[in-house]
Design a protein around this ligand. Structure first.
Ligand SMILES: C[S@@+](CC[C@H](N)C(=O)[O-])C[C@H]1O[C@@H](n2cnc3c(N)ncnc32)[C@H](O)[C@@H]1O
Length: 272
């Protein structure tokens, strides 16, 4: 891969989905994309780079595959478990007590679905505890159609189940089928999935009481990160909550959120 071809790929990823790749990542890019050459019948990275600069149905498919290959879909159940404890024991009870209409939660880079389905399980637990049913709608969005197909199937391998779930939850929540373990319909019903690029305007998605935006901002430049977080503030109801991952910091220039003090996990409330 020449320096020019690498530049084309860097620019494509930055413009289409905000991914920032430093010049030192050429080896990683080559590794991840070399499988696409034979898949798309391309003789070299020269052809791949020029296909990324054209508009055709083949290049559209190639562009989707390049994004898929370059993003990491790592996720698991109850990831950062203390955050879900706060959601279940503090946030949902607080929202249920003050809101009679639909409670809306956005999992903003949901990968194969473990995050929105974990949120759905927490909502069920909180409703059981409150003794009252509430209408909870969870939307899981991701840029990758391929990973959303997995999320929509709500069927997971034994390995995926072994990551973050205890034996009791596994037994209660999943049914063995011919191709894996299918999640209970009650948990699945509250979640809907939509392909969505976080660089695009959020207004089409509506407003939310809680947003999960975890382990995705790492891909973006500081400027894009700040832009996404400011726009997320506009998509939150007054006093709504946002979760970043426990290793991600809220940029100091973002004044729309304040950290919630005294909890067992770090998360933020919209300053209304
Ligand atoms: C590491 S996963 C995070 C999954 C989950 N939020 C978690 O913390 O376990 C990152 C996800 O971000 C998605 N992604 C990357 N760039 C994106 C963009 N511009 N818009 C929407 N999703 C994006 C990837 O497809 C991937 O599924």
């Amino acid at each position: 891969m020449t320096a020019n071809e690498y530049k084309v790929i860097q620019n494509f990823l930055n413009q289409s989905c905000g991914i920032v790749l430093s010049d030192s990542k050429q080896y990683l890019v080559k590794n991840r994309l070399s499988g696409l050459l034979s898949k798309f019948d391309l003789a070299s990275f020269t052809e791949l780079a020029s296909a990324l600069q054209t508009n055709s149905s083949l290049s559209t498919k190639l562009k989707i595959s390049v994004v898929d290959a370059m993003t990491t879909n790592e996720t698991f159940w109850f990831r950062d478990d203390m955050q879900f404890l706060e959601l279940k024991e503090k946030i949902f009870p607080e929202i249920f007590a003050k809101k009679s209409g639909t409670v809306k939660v956005w999992s903003a880079a949901c990968s194969s679905g473990q995050e929105p389905y974990t949120i759905s399980m927490c909502a069920d637990d909180a409703m059981k505890k409150s003794g009252k049913n509430h209408n909870v709608q969870i939307i899981g969005t991701d840029i990758s159609e391929t990973i959303l197909q997995e999320a929509k199937s709500a069927t997971y391998s034994e390995l995926a189940l072994s990551r973050g779930l205890d034996a009791q939850t596994k037994a209660q929540m999943f049914q063995k089928t011919h191709d894996g373990y299918k999640l209970n319909a009650d948990v699945v019903r509250k979640v809907r999935f939509q392909q969505f690029n976080l660089l695009k305007p959020f207004s089409v998605l509506g407003r939310f009481d809680v947003i999960f935006c975890r382990n995705v901002l790492i891909y973006f430049s500081d400027e894009v990160k700040r832009d996404i977080l400011s726009r997320m503030a506009l998509s939150l109801e007054p006093g709504g909550y946002i979760f970043l991952s426990s290793t991600e910091a809220m940029p100091i220039s973002i004044k729309e959120f304040e950290p919630v003090r005294g909890g067992r996990a770090r998360y933020f409330r919209k300053v209304s």
